[in-house]
Every structure is written in C-alpha cells, then in structure tokens.
Design a protein around this ligand. Structure first.
Ligand SMILES: CC(C)(COP(=O)(O)OP(=O)(O)OC[C@H]1O[C@@H](n2cnc3c(N)ncnc32)[C@H](O)[C@@H]1OP(=O)(O)O)[C@@H](O)C(=O)NCCC(=O)NCCS
Length: 167
C-alpha cells in the first residue's frame, strides 16, 4: 500500500487500532488504551492516517503548550518579542505502523501536523516535539527541527519556517 491510499483525519471510535505496532510499546499502548480518555478530557487531539479498511497506519497527537523565551537559541530570541512565554503547539507523539514504514508516511504526518497548526485561527509561534531517543531526534532534525539548547531531545520548528519551506 502507498501513502497515497491513506487519509488523515481525527481518530474515531470505529478506527481499528488494537493491532497497531510501531516498534515502540509505549506509543502502541498509548494509542490502544489511553488516547481516547485524553481526547475526552481535552488534553490532546489525535489524528490518524487511515486505510480504506479503517486501519490506523500512523498517528500523531497535538496539544497547546508554551515555550520559555529563555529556552530558545539566542540568535532566534533577538528576533522575537520579549514575552516570557511564547505560544506553541506540542506534537507529543508521532508513530507509523511497521507495515507502513519507509513509505514517506512519517514525513507526511509531520507535514499535516505543521500545516494544521499553521492554518489554525489560534496563533502559535512554533511546533515543539519531544523525541523519545536520538534516532527520533535525527528524524526531526532531518525535517528542519532545531534542538533546544538545554534539552537536546526537545526540538522546535517555527511555524513560519515550516510554511515557507512546505515542510
Ligand atoms: C520515526 C517514524 C515516525 C518515521 O516514519 P516513516 O514513515 O518510516 O518515515 P518516512 O518514510 O516518512 O521518512 C521521511 C524522511 O525521514 C527520513 N528518516 C526516517 N527516519 C529517520 C531517522 N531516524 N533519522 C533521520 N532521518 C530519518 C527518511 O529517510 C525520509 O527522508 P526523505 O524524505 O529525504 O526521503 C517511524 O519510524 C516510527 O514510528 N518510529 C517509532 C516511533 C518514533 O520513533 N516516533 C518519533 C517520535 S518520538
């Protein structure tokens, strides 16, 4: 199956996710057992890449957050207003099922999340991600994300940059 056959929509109860397997047990368990509760409590939103048989091939989560101005690289801080906290969108989780890896789906889900955040009526300066390990951080760096100086597994991408590059 190619990623062209998939559509990205909000997670729904009818979607099949019990067999989801991305190779990271906590990310699988979150989708299978916890995400619907988090959605109900409005602490996260979840979007899934879905096959025509309603099987979840990949997913990501988004929530509002803030980033302290002092946590950003000094070269960027110079160009920003002096608010102590800047609004941001956190992509808390991103995962692709093993059967769909290497097809460009992870990159497509990331682009979908960036675009969704950019076109929102609610302003956010950047997208923040928490990489679970160095390999995940390399994936985000490959897509233009920059590590926070004091926390290299937390990375950010200004949404204007993402929009300009079509990331
Ligand atoms: C990381 C993950 C989402 C990537 O999904 P994927 O669909 O296999 O990746 P894609 O096929 O979309 O790859 C897109 C691009 O990223 C690159 N890429 C993929 N993994 C990479 C890595 N670890 N480091 C650097 N680049 C990477 C690919 O080479 C490709 O490059 P190209 O567009 O220039 O050809 C997937 O491997 C996964 O679910 N991993 C387990 C969970 C995880 O680590 N999530 C990350 C958040 S914590």
């Amino acid at each position: 199956m190619s990623k062209a056959n998939l559509r990205v929509i909000p997670l729904d109860a009818i979607h099949h996710r019990t067999l989801f397997n991305c190779g990271s047990e906590p990310l699988d368990r979150y989708l299978q057992q916890q995400v619907t509760q988090d959605i109900r409590r409005r602490v996260t939103a979840c979007f899934v890449a879905l096959t025509s048989e309603h099987i979840v091939a990949g997913y990501y989560t988004l929530a509002a957050t803030t980033v302290p101005l002092t946590g950003l690289p000094s070269g960027i801080v110079k160009k920003l207003p002096r608010y102590p906290l800047l609004p941001a969108v956190r992509m808390g989780r991103l995962a692709v099922d093993q059967n769909f890896k290497g097809l460009g789906l992870g990159g497509a889900l990331l682009a979908d999340a960036l675009n969704r955040s950019f076109v929102s009526d609610i302003a956010a300066y950047a997208m923040l991600v928490d990489a679970k390990d160095d390999k995940a951080a390399a994936f985000y760096k490959h897509h233009g994300f920059v590590p926070l100086p004091d926390s290299p597994l937390s990375l950010f991408l200004p949404l204007t940059t993402a929009s300009a590059t079509g990331a």
